[in-house]
Ligand binder design. Sequence first.
Ligand SMILES: [Zn+2]
Length: 191
Amino acid sequence: MSPATTPVLPKHEFVAGRLSLDFCNSLSPTRRPTLRDRIENPDEFLAWARRAGAKLEQTPAPRTLARLHRLRSALIGIFHALADQRAPWDRDLAVLNEELAEARAAERLVPEGTGFAVADSSLQVIDRFRHAIARDAGALLTGDLRRVKRCPSHDCLWLFHDDSKNLSRRWCAMDDCGTLEKVRRYRGRDS
Ligand SMILES: [Zn+2]
């Protein structure tokens, strides 16, 4: 691998606490070089999905990757709109609704232990993974929206889920953006 294609991973990659938000953060909303699109091509997607814990073995076909990018773009549109206190665009919600409809259609009751569980019957791991992302986004949007936050650092703007008791989480990562901000303030005070 040439130095130009060696992936530069951010210090904290999975900080959001929720799959759909980490998925959004795989494309940085800023121009920080370490935070570029980390799932731009099939190999990058496979590596990212594995780091995210998916048991994927094959790189996605171009059409499959295009569909994942389409879902990500819709989710970014929705969650950043909410962070800006705007209503999300209908076309972004339509993409998510389409994915959710497919995810629901794949659900089957299967015996589990002494009872039953709902399982995704899709044959392809990549489809189950995409459905899981859509379901997670659906759960977030029907939950407490105050908990979906965006890192206030202008170099970052990553999304995350605040699961603290008193909604006090402010940064994507305290020992990254939180610390940088503290340093910046300290220097500001000095000058
Ligand atoms: Zn941040």
